[in-house]
Design a protein around this ligand. Structure first.
Ligand SMILES: [Zn+2]
Length: 429
């Protein structure tokens, strides 16, 4: 690995970062089709390149999540070797520890964690607001009969409160009370120094009432405006450092009119890209991407926040998603859930105890080319860290290469065939 520059493509001394260091170029667009979910049958799926100060991201791309500026048990060098192009860390966790000023002093997120490539941070909104709601984001949440703004906090001490200006919350680490707002999130993300940041938004669940969702979309728009203003102010102050791109986040849960309104609002502001956030029902996940793309300029990259079901990824790519992050491959790996092209299995099941084949036949990852199911299963049962490492390498490789293969299928003109075959294999249809 080459020595990392402190601020690759950084600004000259005394000058703020140049916005031209971040851009998106389209390579291949999926042709419009009768099945297209966008306006007039448009299909927004495409391949392209996101240019950032720390390097290019060829899209569609999977973005592995290293919450605390680390993949648990896997070095950044190994993530690079398995094909990862970029990583996402969580602003909230880094704010809690070690503190964003440490990353700033260490030359920014990439240099601090010895990752020679582009990085993302989320706004912290998801983590902060999860404390209040006591829910996990799920894209297929069963909400039958549940429509109450209160139910989401039931049975759990509330740790976060939303008001017009921001969110007050208690640290899950030590109980200290903290405050997050548009300005505070921007300040933290600027000091962390990722190439791509997200505006501070309010995350709702599918269980919130329609009335609350409407209020929340409007509040997120007001926060988005404040994020853009603060981002411009901080960019001007960002002397000698590279430009950081800012994505606006579209909320609106599963309501088409709210999603379209939120998308128009975010498109009207001077963001570099868009994040598709919030809870979305699985059956309309492709439609949701298309509604948002209807309103977005072509040159803004689109990131789908927190998604990892294989069918959801195909639906989102077809309808315009460029990048996708999720913690699931790593989290599942630590529990022994192994992704393969024929579906997911648990490696700790008895049948693998004497199975000396790789985790997936034909897989090119380091784990599969060097280790057996029996060995990885043994390590995971024994809670050996190397088990986490080997299983995580395989699962991250699976998702990184799935997106690589999807990209090749769009460029090669065989996306539909590849999608249908992949889904049939994965879900055993
Ligand atoms: Zn493998």
């Amino acid at each position: 690995m080459t020595d990392l520059l402190e601020h690759p493509l950084g600004a000259r001394p005394g000058k703020p970062g140049d916005r031209g260091a971040f851009s998106f170029e389209t390579i291949t667009r999926l042709p419009d089709a009768a099945s297209g979910l966008g306006r007039d049958g448009a299909r927004y799926g495409r391949t392209g390149i996101i240019h950032t100060p720390h390097g290019d991201i060829r899209t569609p791309a999977f973005v592995p999540v290293g919450t605390q500026a680390a993949m648990k048990g896997v070095l950044p060098e190994t993530m690079r070797e398995l094909g990862a192009q970029c990583l996402l860390a969580n602003a909230f966790h880094l704010f809690e520890r070690p503190g964003e000023s440490v990353l700033d002093a260490g030359g920014g997120l990439s240099k601090f964690m010895n990752w020679d490539g582009p990085t993302f941070t989320d706004s912290g909104g998801f983590q902060v607001l999860s404390l209040g709601a006591g829910f996990k984001k799920t894209l297929a949440m069963d909400v039958t009969g549940k429509k109450s703004d209160d139910i989401i906090a039931a049975g759990k001490e509330r740790l976060a409160w939303v008001d017009e200006d921001g969110v007050t919350f208690k640290s899950p680490l030590n109980g200290d009370e903290h405050r997050f707002s548009a300005e505070i999130s921007m300040g933290i993300q600027h000091r962390i120094g990722a190439d791509i940041m997200f505006a501070f938004d309010e995350l709702t669940t599918l269980m919130n009432t329609r009335g609350y969702q409407e209020e929340s979309v409007e509040r997120t728009f007001r926060w988005a405006r404040r994020c853009v203003a603060e981002h411009e102010r901080l960019t001007a102050e960002r002397v000698g450092k590279p430009y950081q791109a800012l994505y606006g986040v579209v909320q609106g849960a599963n309501y088409e009119d709210l999603r379209r309104r939120a998308a128009s609002q975010i498109a009207s502001l001077d963001f570099d890209g868009v994040g598709i956030g919030g809870a979305i029902e699985k059956r309309i996940i492709g439609n949701t991407c298309a509604w948002i793309c209807d309103a977005m300029p072509e040159n803004r990259p689109r990131h789908v926040l927190g998604i990892a079901a294989v069918d959801d990824i195909f639906a989102c790519v077809e309808n315009g998603g460029d990048t996708f992050d999720c913690v699931a491959p790593a989290r599942c790996a630590r529990n022994g859930a192994i992704y393969t092209h024929r579906g997911r299995y648990n490696i700790k099941r008895a049948e693998n105890k004497l199975n000396f084949e790789p985790l997936e036949a034909g897989c090119g990852c380091y784990t599969c080319t060097h280790y057996s199911r029996a060995y990885v299963a043994h390590l995971l049962r024994a809670r050996e860290i190397n088990g986490f490492t080997l299983a995580t390498i395989h699962n991250e490789y699976f998702f990184v290469h799935l997106l690589d293969d999807i990209r090749a299928s769009i460029d090669g003109g065989y996306f539909e065939q590849f999608r249908d075959e992949s889904l049939a294999h994965f879900y055993g249809e």
